[in-house]
Each structure stands twice: as structure tokens, then as C-alpha cells.
Ligand binder design. Sequence first.
Ligand code: CA
Ligand code: CA
Length: 319
Amino acid sequence: MLSLEFLLMPFLGRGALFRISSLLVLIPAEKAIRHCLARNGLQNLTARLAPDQADRACECTVRACRAGVGKADLMRGFSVALLALFAACPLRAEIVSAEYADPTARYRHGILGDAIEWGTLQLSLRDGKRLRIVLPETRVFEDTAPRLADLNGDSRPEVIVVESSNDAGARLAVYGEEGLIAATPFLGRPNRWLAPIGAADFTSDGKAEIAYVETPHLTGSLRVVELRGDKLVPIAGARGLTNHRIGDREILSGIRNCGRGPEMILTSFPWQRSGVAEMLAVELTWPELQVVAWRFEEDFTPAHVMAALDCGLQPDYLK
Ligand SMILES: [Ca+2]
Ligand SMILES: [Ca+2]
């Protein structure tokens, strides 16, 4: 049997030596894909590929495995019509990091401690490219930092942000390298805001859902939404939970998994500046997706929240 490296040689230049298997390690492929690669003897192949070709070969191989393509088809694809395969299987960009840029005072709300928000979302891609998503003058990113999570199960992250409009308040939005993918409706009034908790796979389907608190100072409404196509669809929710006080620069919450599945660390609404706030581990039951909260002995402080997120503190699950 000829090796894939040998078969690739006529089609490829003498670029840097790349090991396909090491590139595959970078992709958190599902177990089935790894099994497919192993079954086809493709996990240890080495090829002399230019970086973009190596990336693309890796991408196409993973996709072919995902589609259930057998070894013969894979080998034929690489050996006979490699370039055609590449054309039919274009490399998609992968976001590796995101940050806000272009600070602006044009949205006068100041819920996060000052009236400086962000006008631009900057995305860095694996191939070194940077993309800028610039909002119109009537909107800002009213948020602490963008969050990356794979919301559609393609092993590549999407970007979760909070976007606020001058006349309609905040919405939760999801961006990809090609722009806006989905968003919740704006809350409907200026200066209405929402505070993300994070994203985790609450439904055990390999795709993360997004959890956030809508109007954390007015109603404390926990929402969990799922990306379906170009929609963010609510799947669970409850009142009486929050993660932010007016003027705080940080959103104090997060999602952990200490062996029971995802648990959100939150406090009960309203969260006052005086007095003791209770710290809660909030989970969704399966398959009903009902919200259940467990109370810690420790109160809701940044240090306790960090310790709880690190699984160093546990609530009494019997109470
Ligand atoms: Ca994704
Ligand atoms: Ca899920």
C-alpha cells in the first residue's frame, strides 16, 4: 500500500514538514472521528505540505471522516484529485481569540462602572488574519470581554457578546468570522442590560448553550438559550438569580463542572451592597431542564466564587 505522503508528493511543493496527526491534535474532534482516522491509518501520516495545504488536508480529512467516507475514497480523493478535493472542501477560518476595541462614550449607561463601552469586536483567526466587526454609531458592545464557545458542534468556537442599542437596550449576540450569526431580541428599552454567565453543554449533545442573567438589577432572570441555525432559542429559565450590581466592573459568576454536569455559580436576587449574599450552585435537571439551586455555606464574594468555580467549595446537595 502506498503511503499518503507518497501519493501527495506529485501535487505538493516542498514546504515545511508538517505532521497531519499533530495538526489533528489541535482539533478537538469527536471520538468517532478519531476512530475513523485510526481505522483508516491516517493518524500517523506525515506529508510535506505548505502550511495552508496541511491545514486544508487536515480539515478535509476530518470532514470526510465525519461524513463517513471510507479509506478508499479518502485515498482516491488525495491521490487523484487533491486540488479538486480542496476546491470542494474549502478551509474555513477558525477564530482563536476575540477582544473588544475602539472604546467609546457614545452610550451613556455606565452600568459597568464607567460610560466607556466598545465600538468594535476584533477577531483573530488561526491563519494569523484579524477581522474587525464595527458597530454602527447607534450601538456599542456593553460587556467585559467576548467569550468563545462552540455553539454548533463543529469544533470551532463562536463568539458571545452583549450588544446595546441607543433606543432598545441590550441583546445577547453570537458572531462568527463572517459576522452576526444570531441574537436575542433587544430588551426593548434604553439602559436595559443583561450579564452573561458563560456557555456549557447543558444538554449533553456536544454543543454549548449560553446562560445569562437578563436585567440583573431589575428582575434577576436566568436564561439559557441554544443556537439553532440563525436563532437563539430559550431552553430554560428562572427568576430570582443574579450576578451583577450596578456599577461593578466585573460580572461575578461562571460555570463549573465538578462531576455533576454544568453548574452555574450565582447569587439570589436582589443582590444588595450591604448584608450577606448567599452563593448558589444552579443546575438544570435532565431531561426536564428545570432550574435547581443549591446553597453553599460560604457567602457570595469574589474569592468564594473563584474557589467554587475551581471545585474547592461544595454546596450541601441534600438541603
Ligand atoms: Ca462552532
Ligand atoms: Ca448542548
